[in-house]
Design a protein around this ligand. Structure first.
Ligand code: JFZ
Length: 452
């Protein structure tokens, strides 16, 4: 009897509570709540794919210098000519599950793909503009819808790159001065309201949860133009992050392309980077970063507090170049063993291991040249220091400014831990290591520290 009476009381109480405060699911997300997955993820796959993958860096038999996805601009191709590429675009080898699987095999936790780059061509079925892969090509499919589903099946977060300002296809978009004259004579807001804003709405309604929108090159994004995009994102998907290139402050900082900072940077940030020297596919660019180099850059970035968004450029057939796939999978193999030192890990408490500015050498801007050291990096979790050893030390590893009370040291091997002897004297610490490294790219030494 008592129980029966208690139930309605609970219901009344909860009804009162819900009148007093909005239910948890509609309360605005805090910055920390929004950034939670991003801070855990650390490593993402960027994909630049569009009409530019057809000329693959060559126009009318001539190689065009610069980034593959900039070919329309670099060769000053008129819209009427560039548009014709759409009729040839038929990437029949595209397989969304294979792409999402690559991200998963590489240990990447999010995927960001070009929904529209500066050339203005939408890589999804847009009702706003017929200049899109569904309506204007023989392919007649929406690959981004397929990719969103393939990522969801693997619990990989899915996001879009969208070029909000530059649109070389539109008379009022920024950037195309060879067809449409100088940008300052254009009705830029007509373009924003007529194409960019409604397309961003489409992307946030038709593709499930979008982890982030990667805006870029904020030319002419003055005044409240950026805020209009923020309002659209917040109204449709309040959890979606906005990168650092909208023109108005986003949810995290985007560093310059391929630019890794020299030291620890506070706050949330990401380094967008290439696996060769272009984003969009170029047939002549086969200078692939090695798995060792990519792993070092990933660890380096995480040890400084950031995320690594690493790009691949698929061909017009829909194939991600095999060497870039192989290299990423090798990084994934390393992450299978050492991932606990990366995902959700914080920056180094040290700093001297990163290198130092040279007091005598100055660069062209007059700044001291930074001499990076590459022997080891450190990432952290509560109660743990992860020392990533890129150069295997002979006999022992030494720290001169070690935290007090390190009781346990061991190496990650993927098949259990290999423990190592620690000797601590004041600030200095010495770990005796086996003669050979357990892992060829980098072995991770874990030091267990008292949790504060
Ligand atoms: C932009 C694009 O123009 C390029 O095609 C690509 O999509 C890349 C990811 O982003 O290029 C930039 C933008 C900003 C910087 C460098 C290249 N930057 O801040 O150093």
């Amino acid at each position: 009897m008592k129980r029966l009476l208690a139930a309605p009381a609970v219901l009344i109480a909860s009804a009162l509570v819900s009148l007093a405060a909005p239910p948890a699911e509609t309360a605005p997300l805090s910055h920390d709540q929004k950034l939670k997955w991003f801070r855990e993820a650390k490593f993402g796959l960027f994909i630049h794919w569009g009409l530019y993958s057809i000329p693959e860096g060559e126009w009318k038999g001539k190689p065009i210098a610069g980034l593959g996805e900039w070919i329309m601009n670099r060769a000053k191709i008129p819209v009427t000519e560039y548009e014709k590429l759409a009729a040839q675009f038929n990437p029949v080898k595209f397989n969304a599950d294979e792409w999402a699987q690559l991200a998963q095999d590489a240990g990447m936790k999010y995927l960001v793909i070009t929904s529209k780059h500066h050339d203005g061509f939408a890589m999804y079925h847009s009702a706003v503009s017929k200049y899109n892969i569904y309506d204007a090509t023989p392919f007649h499919r929406d690959p981004l819808k397929e990719l969103a589903a393939a990522c969801a099946r693997r619990h990989i977060k899915f996001g879009f790159y969208y070029s909000q300002a530059q649109d070389w296809h539109e008379p009022n978009g920024a950037g195309n001065t060879w067809d449409f004259g100088p940008d300052d004579k254009k009705d830029f807001d007509q373009y924003l309201r007529g194409k960019a804003e409604p397309q961003v709405k489409e992307l946030l309604t038709g593709y499930g949860p979008i982890c982030l929108i990667w805006f870029d090159t904020p030319r002419m994004m003055s005044g409240e133009r950026g805020q209009r995009f923020i309002d659209i994102v917040h109204s449709l998907q309040p959890a979606t992050l906005i990168d650092g290139r909208l023109g108005t402050e986003g949810d995290y900082r985007s560093m310059g392309d391929n630019r890794i900072p020299d030291s620890v940077v506070k706050g949330d940030w990401e380094v967008p980077a290439t696996v060769n020297h272009t984003w969009g596919f170029k047939k002549d660019d086969t200078d692939w970063k090695t798995p060792e180099d990519i792993t070092f850059k990933l660890v380096d970035i995480v040890s400084k507090g950031g995320n690594y968004l690493l790009n691949v450029g698929p061909t017009s057939q829909g194939i991600i170049p095999q060497p870039s796939q192989d290299n990423l999978r090798e990084v994934g193999r390393w992450l299978k063993i050492n991932g606990e030192a990366i995902y959700g890990a914080g920056p180094t408490p040290f700093g001297d291991e990163l290198g130092a500015p040279d007091p005598t050498a100055k660069d062209k801007q007059g700044n001291p040249v930074f001499h990076a050291k590459t022997d080891w990096r450190c990432t952290t979790k509560p109660g743990k220091l992860y020392i990533h050893l890129f150069k295997w030390p002979e006999g022992s590893f030494e720290l001169t400014k070690a935290p007090a009370g390190v009781k346990k040291a061991y190496l990650l091997t993927g098949k259990g831990h290999v423990s190592a002897k620690v000797r601590q004297q004041g600030d200095s610490l010495k770990v005796t290591l086996p003669a050979t490294a357990p892992e060829k790219i980098a072995s991770v030494l874990v030091l267990e520290t008292p949790v504060k």
